[in-house]
Ligand binder design. Sequence first.
Ligand SMILES: Cc1ncc(COP(=O)(O)O)c(C=O)c1O
Length: 395
Amino acid sequence: MTNREVVALAHGALMDVYACAPIALERGEGAYLYDVEGKHYLDFFCGLAVTSLGHAHPGVTRAIVEQAEKLTHVSNVFHTEASARLAAELSRRFGDGRVFLCNSGAEANEAAIKLARRWGASRGSRYEIVTALNSFHGRTLATLAATGQEKYHVGFQPLPQGFRMVPFDDLAAVRAALRDHTVAVMIEPIQGEGGVVLPRDERYLDGLRELCDKRGLLLIFDEVQTGVGRTGKFFAYEHWGVRPDVATLAKALANGLPIGAAVATPQAAAAMTTGAHGSTFGGNPVSCASALAVLSALDSDGVLENCAAIGGYLAERLRAIAKRIDKVVEVRGKGMLIGIELRHEARSTAQACLEQGLIVNATAGNVLRLLPPLNLTRAQADEGLAIIRRALGAA
Ligand SMILES: Cc1ncc(COP(=O)(O)O)c(C=O)c1O
């Protein structure tokens, strides 16, 4: 089929919720994607921060095939070696964590929210969760209610109650928002969808930890986008040396197969007793086998070091480009999560990149977001930089 034929078929059959590019992708290899007509693209998007090891990663593909040939599903009525080994690996990385496996970022955050509610229910009927403005936590009703962007709420009211929003990066605002019924604080260490926003206050995460400890609250970090090495560390919170009570992961965990995880301290996880929560596909052995291959590649192939080095190189070259033109407010990020804040809307620049064979993403109106594979080479970085330079009119 041609691009046009696939697009026409999709438009006649799918709900129209996505602003989909009129391109049908057929295969991928490493940092490159190929459409059904053979045109290739350099991928600085990774399907929204998911295929962090690149497309068709041999180790991941082998793990998926081997597991699929043995067993694809048993439900949580039984154990599988793949889900047990993945839970043990995530537990170890978090530090004696207790893991709930599910299928997406929203579902992982939903589990964290439910855990906080259960934990608070036995501590004086506490239920309210303080979240940040400009955040993004997912599209289910509860995670939407936790999301601090009203544009996503339109038409879905009434949303579940029990969330109070405060500005990001403002410790005093969190302190002022606490009530007797507050149970948790939930934030992204770096706001991804909100425009790659890092806390400018170096003490912000540490201050949240201290505040939560003092007031007996759970600290929840949504690492759905920042986790699994995207910023150069397995969890982004490691950059600040602050461990939460609950961390959520999804996106890159299985390099493309659906998966999500909420990892909690044993004390917090004790609230989730038998029957408290569940998910038919959670811990699916094929997704778990894929995730185990991802974790093994992160450990053995120097991927995190490459992410920090090439991510740093990209940011430095982008800052040099920004100096030569008057279109860029700021280049910011960590590792391979990079935002280029423009003085104008970002969609037209993303489109100009796409036309020249580079996939990048526009978010928060005026931010060009780069989410390249963590194993991007220097030559591929230069190839992408040349296209961005031209698209910004700086060539
Ligand atoms: C920080 C964060 N949390 C949650 C989600 C929701 O994840 P999913 O789309 O897998 O439900 C996203 C998705 O972009 C995200 O960036």
